[in-house]
Design a protein around this ligand. Structure first.
Ligand code: ADE
Length: 256
């Protein structure tokens, strides 16, 4: 997959050299290019912003540097109509389903806005050559798109074959099946007076799978009841229904 990121703070994206994403870059699995928007300016001060028409606080990013920068990316694009992701608190909320969708594409371009955002005409102009998607990381406001891009590139990149060493770890994780992940434990089995759940020492894989599934439901009901609306309740066992009826509280009333 090819990924281009345009930002006035290219240094922010240096984290994409680290860990699994960095290794995938070095291995040639992810072809990531970081561009400085100011390189696309022509004036002495390398101006990228100006005051908003209609008044109001803050500055707006000028359209021309964006058109120049994105045209340069297009000139080097492997195929027509890349996906242009524009991080913005006014976008559709990013989730695992969107990560899977984006992971299917050959070329993602991220346009990191700063200040009060990018002149809307630049976004409209880009629609002629890109599929454009304004995307929000969540219902809060960041200072710019860079942190959101780090999160999205990691969430999408790790779904690309060859990025995560053990693909099985992608199957049993939070949100993979619409539920939160079950709790995990490692050695020692008893630590500071706390024992791991006995079932995990039983060697009975069917019991362990059933326990994990109930824990997923319990956690999801307690922490993210909104996710349960999408669950196919017709397919639930009696024990699973009981966990949901209890609203995520554990049999001892504590939850976890
Ligand atoms: N830029 C500013 N806030 C943002 C958010 N919540 N998500 C994505 N990009 C942003």
């Amino acid at each position: 997959m090819r990924i281009d990121v345009v930002s006035i703070f290219p240094e922010y994206l240096a984290a994409l050299d680290l860990s699994l994403i960095g290794k995938a870059r070095r291995d040639g699995v992810l072809d990531i290019h970081i561009h400085d928007l100011r390189e696309a300016t022509t004036d002495r001060h390398r101006t990228v912003d100006d005051t908003p028409y209609g008044g109001g606080a803050g500055m707006v990013m000028k359209p021309e540097p964006w058109a120049q920068a994105l045209s340069a990316v297009l000139a080097d694009a492997p195929a027509p109509r890349p996906m242009l992701v524009v991080p913005s608190p006014a976008g559709a909320v990013f989730d695992q389903a969107m990560a899977y969708e984006l992971a299917e594409l050959d070329h993602l371009v991220f346009a990191c806005g700063r200040y009060e955002g990018i002149d809307e005409r630049a976004i409209d102009w880009a629609r002629e050559e890109f599929d454009v998607r304004p995307v929000s990381l969540g219902d809060y406001v960041l200072n710019g798109g860079e942190v959101a891009v780090l999160a999205m590139v990691e969430a999408v990149g790790r779904l690309i074959p060859g990025v995560v060493g053990n693909p099985a770890s992608l199957v049993e994780e939070s949100h993979a099946d619409g539920l939160l992940e079950y709790p995990v434990y490692t050695k020692p089995s008893s630590w500071r007076g706390r024992d791991i759940p006995e079932v995990l020492l039983s060697g009975n894989h069917a019991r362990i799978a059933q326990w994990r599934r109930l824990e997923q439901l319990r956690r999801t009901a307690e922490r993210r009841p909104d996710l349960l609306a999408r669950l196919d309740t017709g397919a639930l066992s009696d024990a699973e229904r009981e966990v949901l009826r209890a609203g995520g509280s554990a049999p001892d009333g504590k939850g976890n």
